[in-house]
Design a protein around this ligand. Structure first.
Ligand code: FES
Length: 123
């Protein structure tokens, strides 16, 4: 059975803000980025670090330019990621997918905005 949990008013989030909650023993991070809200498990799948306290940023794509040459890096504005502050594991902010391994996915939670307040739906 799912539970609808109030986080706080939308107006109290500034861009990049996050709120860490504990719901039914689960640590969950609610993050506002560029006008959108995301909710993910705050327990990193590497070594249980507080992943939702990490840096949120655009994914970097590196293009091979030849043997012995540096990659040609560019920002991917369409994919926003979060990097765990402990050892840098990085996950897609929306899907929770680990950037390097499809088999690893951080749990995510539905976010609802109602009457100016942010809620998350927790199973
Ligand atoms: S605990 Fe998150 S990267 Fe190691």
């Amino acid at each position: 059975m799912s539970e609808k949990v109030e986080v706080k008013p939308v107006a109290e989030f500034e861009d990049g803000d996050r709120e860490i909650l504990t719901v039914n023993g689960k640590s969950i991070g609610v993050i506002q980025y560029d006008g959108n809200f995301y909710a993910l498990s705050n327990t990193c799948l590497h070594d249980c670090g507080p992943v939702c306290t990490g840096r949120v940023h655009e994914k970097m794509d590196g293009e091979y330019t030849g043997t012995g040459k540096p990659l040609d890096w560019s920002h991917n504005e369409d994919e926003i990621v979060i990097s765990c502050p402990w050892h840098g594991w990085t996950y897609d902010l929306e899907t929770g997918e680990h950037l390097a391994t499809d088999d690893i996915q951080l749990p995510t939670y539905e976010v609802e905005i109602e009457d100016g307040d942010v809620y998350i739906i927790v199973e």
